[in-house]
Design a protein around this ligand. Sequence first.
Ligand code: ADP
Length: 391
Amino acid sequence: MNILVANLGSTSFKYRLFRMDQDGGEVLAHGGYERVTDHAIAIDDAIATLQRDGIIQSTDDIDAVGFKTVLGKDLSGCVIADQSVIDALDGFADVAPAHNPPYANGIRQFAKALPNAKLVALFETAFYQWTSPASAHYAIPKSWRDIGIRRYGFHGASHKFIAERSAELMDRPDVAETTRRLYLDGQQAPDAAPLRVVSCHLGGSSSVTGILNGVAIGTSMGFSPQSGLPQNNRVGDLDSGAIPYAMKKLGISVDEAARQLTKESGLQGLSGVSNDLRDIAAAANDGNQDAHLALDALAHSIRHWIGAFMIELGGIDALVFTAGIGENNTAIRATVCNGLENFGLHLDAEKNTATRATEATISRDNSPAKIFVIPANEELVLAREVFRKLS
Ligand code: ADP
């Protein structure tokens, strides 16, 4: 089955064409467009390029297109991307203005360009469909809850991949199979011994998710991708009382407050140096105290959420690091794992230092709980879920 994974940003379009079968998949082609003003033109050009390069003979050679849609309020899961998905994305565009409109437009455009292809949406919220009401709800008035304000969670594709892969690495094929079939069967409750995993997706945006037997029990992100850990430019968790206070004291509008909290906050806001952890670490090495603070605040927040999920899970069997920072930043991993031996997590300092951008076990051989680095590959996750959905 040939599956095109479409990654749509507000001014970008990237794609990867996979050939998928039961055993996995291979990438047939990939490409991308920046500074896109009209997604329709970029999408038509990508399809024409695939034909011209002989990757596909006709548009019918693309069997399916997968979309990593973000937020659809009550609509979630891995679903056929029909009009109900477009309506759900349009209906919540205010909450995810950078993400929802390009996906709604992209789905419309692909439906025109590839009328015979199956279109499938995998919502970033999908992995959290089975979290408890207690973890999903904020203590807000009912009228707020009625307009859809609750904890949705994001990075679902990435954390689900970690759930599946960590179960394989922990030699728990039963749990890996539960996760593999999650969007087909819904939650299953295996009778087997619990497998308790905490997954840290640390990248441009970051989140920590608690996973029991392959199913998420909670996550650090909430109503919008604004919450949880400090992100590159986004604030992360913030006391709601700070917003009206800052608006009055600084004389700024709601829109300006939202802009500052999404563009000038997070690691950028704290460090005043950069939104990239490499630059921040270099500045900290040169003695910049604000850069130090940004590094410390990120590690503190990661540990805060790991601790929360270790309690909820009743312990931990595996701690996983993934995405740009999680895969590459050995110092953050060491800081996060510092002093966690009482919880069964013994980092092997040498293995940690030697591991970058590759899958590895970085705990000591005799560590009761494992620590893994598992590279993220979100396009492949999409291709796999689309293949499962349609097979
Ligand atoms: P995004 O969430 O935008 O996909 P990434 O997952 O690539 O971003 O994460 C970006 C972050 O990861 C940056 O803060 C950067 O410092 C860090 N990072 C990415 N690649 C590397 C690398 N090779 N070495 C060290 N840090 C890296």
